[in-house]
Design a protein around this ligand. Structure first.
Ligand code: IPM
Ligand code: MG
Length: 371
């Protein structure tokens, strides 16, 4: 198969982690006879520095023509600490989501036994945790009318949803539940918010088309608590934009490392794949960032291309590195490997170049893994 992939390296550690994913994609292409063509484009602080705009028109054009978008990370401290900045890197990402109608942000949360000790939760709460969050991404308070009075003393952000916006993501979430453990939890604040009551009504109606899926409803404050108290009760969580932003960060700590978690933002014509971590500017250029979030996002991209066997192989390679302790500093501060080395090892695994006994000292020296 031939696929055109738009690559946005972005800010901070974005470029170095994304380069590992490209390595992985090249190895997959070679092993399975695919052709992946990459078009590099700009977004975020990097784009502001080079063009003045956080999302140049050319980037939108390239993304619209691509089969998928691979994205690194966005954000720079010089904008975070300046509330009066007129252009912000994040505007680029929000505009891209809206322009491409990337309406569903999908974040799987799973745990790896070798990382249980890093999780703030106890072992017994972690076993069997495997859920997926469907966050609405192009509506709600993020995109409602924003106002501030001339005196700068009163501000408002409207939260608006239409039934149609709720329906399209609800169908995706129900279909995902059907392929999983057949349970869907709608997270809302229907005891207070009108938009949440609309979500409940629409989801209850759609549920009739998926009789094999059990649906329950949780208020977002209770959901925030349940995710920590008993995360294994969840299978598919469906929620609106702002609640999804918050609970998906909360859920991300369960696995033990933020650096591991992938995401997909799915639209009607194209989809974007990115690790959930931020740009981590303190680590930029140091070759220490964890590339697994990006590489697992690439696995989600392969799933999206219907390259199931390929996606399984990438996940197997990632599990292999974790099980053997070939991990970056965030996972093991004492025995750690560089971003590049972890990427190389995953590529070698995919290319079947990993011998049964691995020479760790050679790897530490960035030499061949083959003894
Ligand atoms: C995310 C991020 C973004 C969001 C920011 C960078 C605008 O936190 O993807 O979750 O709030 O959606
Ligand atoms: Mg967020």
């Amino acid at each position: 198969m031939k696929k055109n992939i738009a690559v946005i390296l972005g800010d901070g550690i974005g470029p170095e982690v994304t380069h590992q994913s490209i390595k992985v994609l090249d190895a997959i292409a070679q092993q399975f006879g695919h052709e992946f063509n990459y078009s590099y484009c700009l977004m975020g602080a990097d784009a502001i520095d080079k063009t003045g705009s956080p999302l140049p028109d050319e980037t939108v054009e390239v993304c619209l023509e691509s089969d998928a978008i691979l994205f690194g990370a966005i954000g720079h401290p010089k904008y975070d600490n300046d509330p009066s900045a007129k252009v912000r890197p994040e505007q680029g990402l929000l505009k891209l989501r809206k322009t491409l109608q990337l309406f569903a942000n999908i974040r799987p949360v799973s745990t790896y036994p070798s990382l249980h000790h890093l999780s703030p939760l106890k072992n017994k709460q972690l076993e069997g945790v495997d859920f997926i969050i469907f966050r609405e991404l192009t509506g709600g308070i993020y995109f409602g009318k924003k106002e501030i009075n001339p005196e700068g003393t009163r501000a408002s952000d409207d939260c608006v949803y239409t039934a149609e916006e709720i329906e399209r993501i609800a169908h995706l979430a129900f279909q995902s539940a059907q392929k999983r453990r057949k349970k869907l939890t709608l997270v809302d604040k229907a005891n207070v918010l009108e938009t949440s009551r609309l979500w409940r009504k629409v989801v209850q109606e759609i549920a009739r088309q998926y009789p094999d899926v059990t649906v329950d409803f949780l208020f977002v404050d209770n959901a925030a608590m349940q995710i920590i108290l008993n995360p294994k009760q969840f299978d598919v969580i469906l929620t609106e934009n702002m609640f999804g932003d918050i609970i998906s960060d909360e859920a991300s700590v369960i696995s033990g490392s933020l650096g591991l978690l992938p995401s997909a933002s799915v639209g009607n014509s194209s989809s974007l794949f990115e690790p959930i971590h931020g740009s981590y500017p303190q680590a930029a250029g140091k070759d220490i960032a964890n590339p697994l979030g990006s590489i697992l996002s690439t696995a989600m991209m392969l799933d999206y291309f219907n390259m199931t066997e390929e996606a399984v192989l990438v996940r197997k390679a990632v599990e292999w590195t974790l099980a053997h302790g070939f991990v970056t500093k965030d996972i093991d501060a004492v025995n750690s490997y560089s971003t590049t080395t972890v990427g190389d090892l995953i590529r070698d695994f995919i290319e079947n170049r990993i011998p049964s006994t691995v020479n760790k000292s050679n790897i530490a020296l960035s030499k061949s893994t083959i003894i």
